[in-house]
Write a protein that binds this ligand. Structure first.
Ligand SMILES: [Zn+2]
Length: 416
């Protein structure tokens, strides 16, 4: 064994009292999981052994939706009325001054924070348009290789300022897809022809054989929703299981009957949903000055209909999302609070929406704490997933392909 993680909980399904296990790792993979204390002690651990003292071992967190190109911009932008329009306009202004070096430095800052929070997989959404050109894409592209020791990074390119109304954008999207973008995104609500943009994005996805991850239905009312059109096109293109829609805050304002109908349709055609609780809370409900809506779609209710869902950060420290420390557990905790999640199994589902469910969304096959899988792991200072969500448990150790990537020492009391 290269590494043995002793005395850890790997599931916590039956609470903190269930037996602990020893997890053996060799050549980057999990090769043994045995009840603790196990015969693994007889095997020569040539590398390290760690006593986890009952802490939870889980697969690393997955950020399915984060914008590395526009993170850490707060000091350059204002956020006064706090609307989505202001955020887009402020970032559009700041974008003009982006250089590859500046982009790279901000992306590194956010990436490293994410790694320290236990994130081992990330899909980053990057803007391309004639204003920014491919600078965002080219600034982030080298990080895939440079940070492969800690995190698998994939790029989704999308037209934040419109596609059909913004000449030159389509060519840049095509160029980024040729140069290695693995996912194609969209923001139809900024286009003069939202359905036209959606249709073009499906055509690009088919042409380059890439998955789709769209920003969609970002607003305060149930009017002008595009989600049913996305479902229709997912069916027409045979793209079930390869399409995700993010935000869909309008869905949080629909009456239950329509919500249920859309939930069934999403499940039937295989469209996943990502909610970005921090951004959605900050940008939505800006019109009334009392009795303000939350604007966070209750995706734990979509799970009941069989829809796959994930929770993600979207942004940190910019006009879309002024707050954040790249902790996906904090997002799960925030979501559970805002959406009033109380049942034990639904609190667990919040944990799964930053782990297993996100893995399914990104179609990661090498994911999970089972023998044979890649050892992309994080150790949390708690015994169960429910406790992790409830307490925003501290990530103590991270591992990528069996190699330790970070250590966080537990806080220590100095008694008199
Ligand atoms: Zn986004």
């Amino acid at each position: 064994m290269d590494l043995i993680l002793r005395n850890g909980h790997i599931d916590g399904q039956h609470g903190p009292d269930e037996p602990a296990v020893d997890t053996g790792i060799q050549a980057g993979r999990i090769v043994a999981i045995e009840p603790h204390p196990s015969h693994l002690s007889d095997l020569a651990a040539q590398g390290r052994e760690l006593d986890l003292q009952g802490c939870l071992v889980t697969p690393g967190f997955i950020e399915t939706h984060i914008h590395l190109d526009k993170s850490c911009l707060l000091e350059r932008c204002k956020s006064e009325d706090g609307s989505l329009e202001e955020a887009i306009q402020q970032v559009a202004l700041a974008k003009k001054a982006f250089t590859p070096e500046d982009l790279y430095a901000r992306a590194v800052r956010t990436l490293e924070k994410s790694i320290l929070q236990g994130t081992t997989h990330m899909r980053t959404h990057l803007e391309v348009d004639p204003g920014i050109g491919l600078r965002g894409f080219e600034g982030v592209l080298p990080l895939i290789r440079e940070y492969a020791w800690a995190l698998d990074l994939e790029i989704c390119v999308f037209p934040q300022e419109g596609l059909l109304n913004n000449p030159g954008t389509d060519e840049l999207m095509v160029e980024a897809l040729k140069q290695g973008a693995r996912v194609v995104g969209a923001a139809p609500y900024t286009d003069m022809d939202p359905h036209g943009q959606i249709d073009r994005v499906f055509a690009l996805a088919r042409e380059f054989d890439v998955d789709i991850d769209m920003h969609l239905d970002f607003g305060n009312t149930p009017e002008r929703m595009d989600i049913e059109h996305v479902c229709d096109q997912t069916e027409n293109f045979g793209y079930g299981g390869r399409v995700t829609v993010g935000h869909v805050t309008r869905l949080s304002t629909t009456p239950l009957e329509l919500f249920t109908t859309i939930a069934r349709r999403l499940a039937d055609v295989g469209v996943a949903v990502t909610v970005l609780p921090s951004t959605d809370l900050y940008l939505m409900g800006r019109e009334p000055d009392y009795n303000v809506i939350r604007g966070v779609t209750p995706i734990h209710k979509l799970l009941r209909s069989g829809v796959n869902c994930s929770l993600s950060s979207n942004n940190v420290l910019n006009p879309f999302t002024p707050f954040g420390d790249c902790s996906l557990l904090r997002m799960a905790n925030l979501y559970a609070n805002v959406c009033q999640v109380g049942k034990r199994e639904e609190i667990r589902a919040c944990f799964e929406m930053v782990t297993q469910r996100s893995a399914r969304l990104m179609r990661l096959e090498e994911y999970g704490v089972t023998v044979g899988k890649t050892a992309d792991l994080v150790v949390l200072d708690c015994a169960t997933p429910e406790a992790a969500v409830a307490e925003v448990a501290a990530p103590l150790y991270g591992f990528k392909r069996g190699r330790q990537t970070f250590t966080r020492k537990p806080a220590e009391l100095h008694r008199p």
